[in-house]
Design a protein around this ligand. Structure first.
Ligand code: SAM
Length: 312
């Protein structure tokens, strides 16, 4: 017997050797869109949780940690982010965090799956807080790479908040060297990109390291950072990349000044996680991890995933 609790359980297979179980009160939605399976459950520990193809995307109790960490380091590193692109970001919380910045004049969000966005709009209002109907928002339902290929627009900040990459992933083509070359060409100068960069716990580094090497093949300035997300039971990684900006180099005074000048409440809620101390914490990586990340290895290209044991 795994647990004395005898109600509903949802099992997430993390890899062939590990799984995570969430006890939940009720299922709010369970179905399949044109692209992926979608579940929204009300968990006992983390509140509502969105899962796509069986993988948790975010949970009510701690989504602010993930979304604030994804968005603010790069937005604060830019001297004046006015034009922003989000690829993925179905829940609308990444959009919410971008819209806190008073410098922002326009945010384009491109998510492949209109049905997922509509389900999030209906069931997860705490995430979007009205961000989908903000006058600065433009929503497109399209593959993110296709959008960039067809658009001539340039962006001060590009935020990649898609699902993870794997052989069968809808998002695999958003993680290759060729994709990052296209994204670099669509960045204004100065410009900065950030990618949600999979789990980065000390013994689960291979996938993040592969992505980091791929991005380093394209951008001269690349910083990995991470934070612990309780509902994932893992440290989550992010990668910032730019020709000229390095969020890892920002000093506390600049962060606090820019936060005060430019960032406000959204949907009545102030920032809960991010400030200059949190910034320093995000970019402080331990010695073993820095060692892993400095190793050479293959990169991701359009020709496919390199042969690599991603369970390391
Ligand atoms: N926080 C998340 C995580 O931990 O993986 C990501 C959140 S968000 C729900 C992921 C979104 O990426 C989904 O809404 C999905 O439809 C979208 N997506 C996947 N592949 C995509 C693609 N090729 N182009 C645009 N959006 C994509």
């Amino acid at each position: 017997m795994v647990s004395p609790f005898s109600g509903h359980w949802l099992l997430e297979n993390i890899d062939p050797y590990e799984a995570h179980m969430y006890a939940y009160r009720q299922s709010l939605h369970s179905g399949r869109t044109k692209y992926q399976t979608v579940e929204i459950i009300d968990t006992y520990k983390y509140g509502k949780m969105l899962l796509l193809d069986g993988k948790p995307q975010s949970a009510a109790g701690d989504e602010y940690i993930y979304h604030e960490s994804l968005v603010h380091p790069v937005m604060i590193a830019h001297p004046e982010p006015r034009n922003v692109l989000i690829i993925g970001g179905g829940e609308g919380a990444t959009l919410r965090e971008v819209l806190r910045h008073r410098t922002v004049e326009k945010v384009i969000m491109v998510d492949l799956d209109e049905e997922v966005v509509n389900l999030c709009y209906k069931h997860l209002p705490q995430w979007h807080q009205g961000s989908f109907s903000d006058p600065r928002t433009q929503l497109f339902f399209q593959d993110g790479r296709q959008f960039l290929l067809e658009s001539e627009e340039r962006f001060h900040v590009i935020i990649m908040d898609s699902t993870d990459f794997s052989e069968q992933s809808l998002a695999l083509a958003l993680f290759t060297r060729e994709f990052f070359e296209l994204a670099r060409a669509r960045l204004d100068r100065p410009g900065v990109l950030v990618v949600q960069a999979v789990e980065l716990s000390s013994l689960e580094y291979a996938k993040h390291a592969l992505l980091r090497r791929t991005i380093m093949a394209v951008f001269p300035k690349v910083s990995s950072y991470r934070t612990y997300v309780p509902s994932f039971r893992a440290d989550w990684g992010f990668i910032a990349a730019s020709e000229e900006l390095d969020p890892g180099d920002l000093d506390e005074e600049t962060i606090e000044r820019r936060l005060k000048e430019r960032v406000g409440a959204y949907g009545g809620q102030d920032l809960r996680f991010y400030d200059s101390q949190a910034h320093r914490f995000l970019f402080s990586l331990p010695k073993d991890l820095r060692g892993f990340l400095s190793q050479d290895g293959p990169i991701l290209e359009d020709s496919g995933l390199p042969p690599l044991d991603l369970t390391q």
